[in-house]
Design a protein around this ligand. Structure first.
Ligand code: MTE
Length: 324
């Protein structure tokens, strides 16, 4: 059993989080006498039955895939039990304990739309996409803006391979990604105070950087629903909220996307969200992180340790909040 004695300077984890935005808004709504509308926001529909009956993932036979040894870790891989039971997926709950509820997510059929500034807009089913993409495994660190971290063997393919398939026009400057929207299978989406659907974005330079990875599996299996099945992003040099889950749409655009958290609280969450231990969140320090599983406090690394791959992307960008 892990017992962690909090230092005086540490704020409780429940407050060091996009979650706290939720609670602030919840308090506000309660004060306005609108508390009853919040019930759906907890997303805690008893889903144990759903967990038992969720359809198996038809892509299971593709895994495990060969590891790309370029990316190494400075710490042990996080126990799979932890990274698949301690999650952020607000479509299901504002609590971390949402794995059962997320089994309501129906992962087939699953179609991806590719639109906006591309040679030819198209749709493609996830299984057809999996046949075309170069699957590999990568070990990446993950640093949540809430100051916890984990290390995961993700399977998937480089986002740049997907971008090449999509054939964006030369004028496209950004890639906007969108999560499904279906309140019937994601009770959290009944909450009107969240700006659904979840949206995230990258510049084209970021999207075609070697590190940007589209995840379809983890620990040698298909990625589970609670971790963003059947397709999610990971950008390990950025805070974890950039890693949008259960993507259904990729839009190429010349307008900078406004992400979910940015819409909710732009004073705290911005477009870039790069990891920098020296730039505190407005309400807490980002200097250290709590390692999931051991509870150890480790110093957070600049660019989460991935500077050699990505620091150059930001040369010459002035007057922008690169680290929030
Ligand atoms: N994507 C969607 N669609 N909805 C979410 O609530 N949470 C984000 C990100 N992607 C989120 C999401 C946050 S805050 C984090 S830290 C990571 O997913 C968590 O990924 P994990 O649950 O696999 O650890």
């Amino acid at each position: 059993m892990l017992i962690k004695i909090k230092q005086g300077w540490e704020i409780p984890e429940s407050r060091a989080t996009p979650e706290s935005v939720f609670h602030n808004r919840r308090d506000l709504l309660k004060a306005m006498g609108m508390g009853s509308l919040l019930a759906v926001g907890s997303g805690a529909a008893p889903a144990l039955a759903a967990a038992a009956t969720a359809d198996p993932d038809p892509s299971a036979g593709l895994y495990p895939v060969k590891r790309n040894e370029t990316y190494t870790l400075d710490r042990p891989i996080t126990d799979e039990k932890l990274s698949t039971t301690y999650n952020n997926f607000y479509e299901y709950s504002d609590d971390k304990d949402l794995a059962d509820a997320a089994q309501q997510l129906k992962i087939r059929p699953w179609t991806l739309a590719i639109d906006g500034m591309v040679e030819k807009p198209m749709t493609i089913g996830i299984d057809d996409l999996l046949k075309q993409m170069p699957l590999e495994e990568r070990l990446y660190r993950h640093r949540c803006v809430e100051a916890w971290s984990m290390a995961v063997p993700w399977s998937g393919f480089p986002l740049k391979a997907f971008v090449a398939m999509a054939k964006p026009l030369s004028g496209a400057k950004y890639l906007q990604m969108t999560t499904f929207q279906d309140p019937k299978m994601a009770p959290g989406q009944k909450s009107f105070f969240y700006p659904w659907p979840y949206i995230e974005g990258l510049t084209m330079e970021e999207a075609t950087n070697d590190l940007a990875f589209l995840v379809t599996g983890m620990y040698g299996h298909p990625v589970p629903r609670q971790d963003g099945a059947p397709l999610r992003l990971v950008t390990p040099w950025k805070y974890g909220f950039k890693s949008i889950k259960s993507i259904v749409k990729f839009s190429f655009t010349d307008k900078r996307p406004v992400s979910f958290w940015q819409k909710l609280q732009s004073s705290e969450y911005g477009f870039w969200a790069n990891v920098n231990p020296e730039v505190p969140h407005p309400r807490w320090s980002q200097a250290t992180e709590r390692v999931l599983g051991t509870g150890e406090r480790k110093p957070t690394l600049m660019w989460n340790g991935y500077g050699e791959h990505v620091a150059h992307l930001y040369d010459g960008i002035k007057g922008e909040r690169l680290f929030t």
